[in-house]
Design a protein around this ligand. Structure first.
Ligand SMILES: Nc1ncnc2c1ncn2[C@@H]1O[C@H](COP(=O)(O)OP(=O)(O)OP(=O)(O)O)[C@@H](O)[C@H]1O
Ligand SMILES: [Mg+2]
Length: 291
């Protein structure tokens, strides 16, 4: 830290942000009104937010709401889906009242070039495989005796794929990696990238955050929890995230029904609600939150 930045940090400690500073934070809608209200209007622009929870709590649906709100607002969207095929995302979203099919879409896995400027670029397992192959080829060209082989589900491949998606969306300028306009990034789920090596979660999370955390990128990443232990599959993401939205369900054996809940555990620059919501997933509406 330089002397100037140390002074600046100290000043910020002495003078907590005033009300006007709070209102200066630009907020990005989550796509769910009740959640936005609990977040003083939405997620601070440029944040890296993680949705955590066990299977079936609604993390992927939350990701759909966030992406769909972006499409409606005119934001370009990068949608990484490792859990399910994008066409299944589209089908489920439609059941829940979100019509992704209305927006020009391009998938990185497709052979053909985009015919029109897409508003959403999908990075699924096929897209990741293609990018991994390209990276391996590039490594072969650079040095035939020390070839680096890239896996589809590796953070290096993911970072490259997100960069490719920005190019397709035409949000980056030649020679620069940071988008010049606001982009929404969804990664559903991050757990897939360290499923076979959970001890690496923190290192990979840092690597990804350094590569993707930009003022113009608001990101929602999902992370799975083991239902048996209540532990995240690999630690790290929650510690370095700017916000954590945690979802869970009551023990189904004693409740004898699925009762879901959501709580905002942290959100930087936000005086957020500290109370849990009850969550319903309703056809035509998606996640419905009540406090
Ligand atoms: N059309 C629908 N109508 C009502 N409820 C639905 C509908 N589609 C999905 N659901 C509910 O949403 C649940 C799945 O939510 P979601 O896929 O967001 O969970 P998740 O937290 O992402 O789980 P995982 O960790 O397994 O990916 C289903 O189990 C079902 O209960
Ligand atoms: Mg999911």
């Amino acid at each position: 830290m330089t002397a100037a930045s140390a002074n600046w940090a100290r000043l910020n400690l002495i003078y907590p942000p005033s009300r006007s500073d709070v209102s200066e934070v630009e907020r990005i809608s989550t796509g769910i009104k009740e959640l936005d209200d609990a977040l003083e209007g939405g997620i601070p622009k440029g944040s890296w937010v993680v949705a955590t929870g066990e299977p079936g709590v609604g993390k992927s649906i939350l990701a759909m709401h966030f992406a769909y709100a972006g499409l409606k607002a005119g934001d370009p969207v990068v949608y990484v889906t490792t859990e399910q095929e994008y066409r299944d995302v589209v089908v489920q979203a439609r059941q829940l009242g979100m019509d992704f099919g209305r927006y020009p879409t391009y998938s990185l896995g497709w052979r053909k070039e985009p015919e029109e400027l897409p508003q959403i670029v999908v990075v699924d397992i096929f897209g990741l495989l293609k990018v991994a192959r390209q990276l391996t080829e590039k490594s072969k060209e650079e040095s035939s005796d020390k070839v680096k082989r890239y896996a589809a589900l590796s953070v290096d491949t993911l970072i490259e794929a997100i960069g490719e998606a920005y190019k397709v969306l035409e949000v980056v300028e030649e020679g620069r990696g940071a988008p010049v306009r606001h982009v929404r990034l969804v990664i559903d789920s991050m757990s897939a990238f360290w499923v076979d090596k959970p001890v690496m979660a923190r290192k990979y999370s840092y690597q990804l955050k350094i590569a993707t955390h930009r003022d113009n990128v608001t990101a929602l990443l999902t992370s799975q929890y083991a239902p048996t232990t209540g532990q995240a599959y690999g630690f790290g993401l929650e510690h370095i995230a700017d916000g954590v939205i945690h979802m869970w369900m009551d023990d189904v054996e004693s409740a004898r029904e699925v009762r879901r809940h959501l709580i905002i555990k942290k959100m930087r620059m936000t005086n957020h609600s500290r109370k849990a919501f009850d969550v319903e997933i309703e056809p035509g509406r998606g996640l419905v939150l009540r406090q």
